[in-house]
Design a protein around this ligand. Structure first.
Ligand code: PLP
Length: 394
């Protein structure tokens, strides 16, 4: 099996797995307990927190462990909205192509009376600082803009955006789930207030994440209960997960340059070769994107059919439509960069990891054109395009 869906999730690396195992049956104390078993567990948890803080250039006390990227995103929004409510500021600014962990949370806030401005991301998939500046009102309580997009990999000018936010004294949060461990992230240099991280996007375990919250930025709990995480996030700590995340992050930061250069070579080979397919298009900025992200549309085909046929050939990839939950809506990300529905439907996302090889990529380069040709042969839409009864969109 060739796994090319690393923006979806990654495999836990062997060193991370090894680091995690002792927490099942050796170091299993509850970090809140006063006895030695508990205190030893606590030391390990705090070491993990310290390691994560160092990787992000944060203070140890600014790192809160959560159950993943979704919880971190929800927490940041809830907390900032609570402050907004107190100050009677109920306006939020975000981008049109955030992850659903942000967009669906904001939909809920809209039902609760908040106004949300969705900044455009244009054809290149990048937010403009001037748009942010223009969207800010005296009621804006939160700006939340992702660092790197999960479908097209484009990287946002977070430092520039956060500078504008700071000037207006507005809380700035970034969903950095796709960025951390993949590009350098220095929270001090960026000048942000909050940042979300998820372990399973950089060869750590699923079900554990981090919310960074800058000292001085008020943080209200999302989950109430015990006094864990300095009274901010209740529930017995997932020490095995926290250690797994911290080791994975340390590895990712250490190997970043080497891994990125390897991934980029393979990714560019994919772009170069698959761009030769007629009526195809690369989605998102070609340069300003994650090294492992490939996203292309092929006119006249259905992404789902492409995926299923790739799967039969042993290739695990992802498409531009969310066929989950029975809906066949095309990806909101691809629509946000201006693709029409038909083209967005015929999209393919390939996201690489350090484990992918040239041999695998060569196999993909041979297989994708064959499948696209086959699907076009049996497609009534393609037939109309070829006969000139319908105009090509790309
Ligand atoms: C995966 C992902 C999330 C969700 O993280 P989980 O840990 O799976 O909850 C949020 N935002 C982005 C950009 C993601 O890629």
């Amino acid at each position: 099996m060739i796994y090319l869906d690393n923006a979806g999730t990654t495999k836990v690396s062997s060193s991370v797995k090894k680091a995690m195992l002792p927490y099942l049956d050796e170091i299993y104390g509850n970090a809140s307990s006063l006895h030695n078993a508990g205190q030893i567990a606590k030391e390990h948890l705090e070491k993990a927190r310290d390691d994560v803080a160092k990787c992000l250039n944060a203070l140890k006390d600014e790192i809160f462990f959560t159950s993943g990227g979704t919880e971190s995103d929800n927490w940041a929004i809830e907390s900032a909205c609570k402050i907004g409510e107190i100050q009677n500021k109920k306006h939020i600014i975000t981008s049109a192509f955030e992850h659903h962990a942000i967009l669906n949370k904001l939909k809920e806030k809209e039902k609760q009376g908040f106004k949300v401005t969705y900044l455009p991301v244009y054809e290149n998939g990048i937010v403009k600082a001037s748009d942010l500046e223009n969207a800010i009102t005296e009621n804006t309580c939160l700006i939340t803009i992702m660092m790197a997009n999960n479908e097209i990999g484009t990287i946002q000018p977070i430092k520039e955006l956060a500078t504008i936010s700071q000037k207006h004294n507005i809380i700035f949060h970034t969903d950095a789930v796709q960025a951390v461990g993949h590009i350098p992230v220095d929270v001090k240099d960026l000048g942000i207030n909050m940042l979300s991280v998820s372990g399973h996007k950089f060869h750590g375990p699923k079900g554990v994440g981090v919310l960074y919250c800058k000292k001085g930025t008020p943080l209200f709990p999302l989950i109430n209960g015990g006094a864990q995480e300095k009274n901010k996030r209740a529930g017995t700590e997932n020490i095995m997960g926290a250690v797994g995340l911290s080791v994975a992050l340390k590895n990712a930061v250490e190997e970043m340059e080497k891994v990125n250069s390897k991934e980029q070579k393979l990714r560019d080979k994919l772009f170069y070769s698959l761009s030769k397919i007629p009526h195809s298009k690369i989605n998102g900025d070609k340069k300003n994107r994650l090294a492992n992200n490939f996203n292309m549309s092929f006119e006249g085909i259905e992404g789902e059919s492409l995926l299923l046929l790739l799967n039969e050939k042993g290739i695990c990839a992802s498409s531009g439509s969310a066929c989950t939950s029975g809906s066949l809506d095309p990806s909101h990300v691809l629509l946000s960069i201006g693709l029409i529905h038909e083209v967005a439907h015929g999209s393919l996302r390939i996201t690489l990891s350090k484990y992918n090889t040239l041999k695998e990529i060569n196999y993909v380069i041979k297989t994708v054109p064959e499948i696209v040709s086959y699907l076009r042969e049996i497609s009534p839409v393609w037939d109309e395009l070829e006969k000139g009864e319908r105009k090509h969109a790309i």
